[in-house]
Design a protein around this ligand. Structure first.
Ligand code: GDP
Length: 300
């Protein structure tokens, strides 16, 4: 994963300088924290997240609770590792299922963020675990969107509920509601609702997504965000949080050469866990997100 290349290199270099020191003076800690701050900002991590992160690292590196069994550089690496896991959400959060099926999972996000592709990835993952997901095509905005979901469903080997052309087209809320009812009748234990995205955040899109949410009462609302959008990630995530609210995040396009800022900001800014990471265009290019593994990857 190329995403964290530069950030990783910068942090490694900072720690290498630190390793040459026997003892850490407060000035050494400050210098290190300054380097970390610059590296995070250059990686497009949101400023409030950077501030909180560096304050926590500084406080702990200067504090008494540092592990005396480790040398100074190791101590700082350990602290940075812990704090990275913290901003990435702490513990791994798994997908939540309904007590009484079907479990309803709604996807939201900007157009092009990777929602439709992720719908197929999720369906495929769930099928491997013995589930029988139904994809519901509620993106009636783009002429080709329903068709695109049909292609993805076929590739995933999943069932799909889509409006017939000219029948029900134009009311995505009704399609969502009917889709859930259909899943119940046909005994699909999971419903994945793909919703419309726009190129930018807009009120109409939010209202539609919010109405679909109210009509289907999903167990999970997953916000899909393209890791490549850098600094915009935070504002987009906040807009979706205010407009629809979501229970978890899917980071997509982590295979790209984004600088990693979105990944490192979004959980912390929204307080919502990252549940999946998407790493390619293929339907198998997805994995559950583990904050600790991601932190190790960055500090590798
Ligand atoms: P939607 O508009 O949100 O439904 O987005 P799509 O699922 O149509 O994806 C938009 C484009 O991004 C497509 O060309 C996908 O093949 C591509 N894409 C989706 N997920 C990933 C990913 O994880 N990595 C890469 N490299 N491309 C992706």
């Amino acid at each position: 994963m190329a995403t964290f290349g530069t950030l990783s290199d910068r942090l490694t270099e900072t720690f290498r300088t630190l390793r040459k020191k026997g003892q850490l003076t407060p000035a050494d800690v400050d210098g290190t924290v300054r380097e970390i701050r610059r590296a995070l900002l250059d990686a497009d991590v949101a400023l409030p997240v950077v501030k909180e992160f560096t304050a926590a690292v500084r406080e702990r590196a200067l504090g008494d609770e540092v592990n005396r069994a480790l040398n100074p550089a190791q101590q700082v690496v350990q602290i940075v590792n812990d704090e990275l896991i913290g901003i990435l959400g702490g513990q791994q959060r798994r997908l939540q299922f309904a007590k009484n099926p079907p479990t309803v999972i709604m996807l939201a996000g900007l157009q092009g963020s990777g929602k439709t592709t992720f719908a197929g990835k999720l369906a495929k993952m769930l099928e491997k675990d013995g589930h029988t997901p139904l994809l519901v095509a509620c993106d009636l905005q783009r002429p080709n969107a329903v068709n695109q979901l049909q292609v993805v469903a076929e590739r995933a080997g999943a069932a799909i509920y889509a409006p017939e052309p000219g029948n029900g087209v134009g009311d995505p809320v009704k399609v969502a509601r009917d889709g859930v009812a259909y899943a119940t009748r046909q005994q699909h234990d999971i419903v994945i609702i793909d919703t419309a995205g726009r190129l930018g955040v807009d009120a109409e899109l939010m209202k539609q997504a919010s109405d679909i949410r109210k009509a289907t009462e999903p167990d999970e609302v997953l916000f899909v965000i393209d890791a490549m959008i850098g600094q915009d990630a935070v504002n987009t995530a906040k807009a979706f949080q205010d407009g629809v609210d979501f229970t978890g995040v899917v980071l997509s396009k982590l295979d790209g050469d984004a600088r990693g800022g979105a990944a490192l900001s979004v959980a912390s800014v929204t307080g919502r866990p990252i549940i999946f990471a998407s790493t390619g265009e293929g339907l198998d290019d997805v994995e559950p997100f583990h904050p600790d593994r991601m932190a190790s990857r960055i500090l590798d």
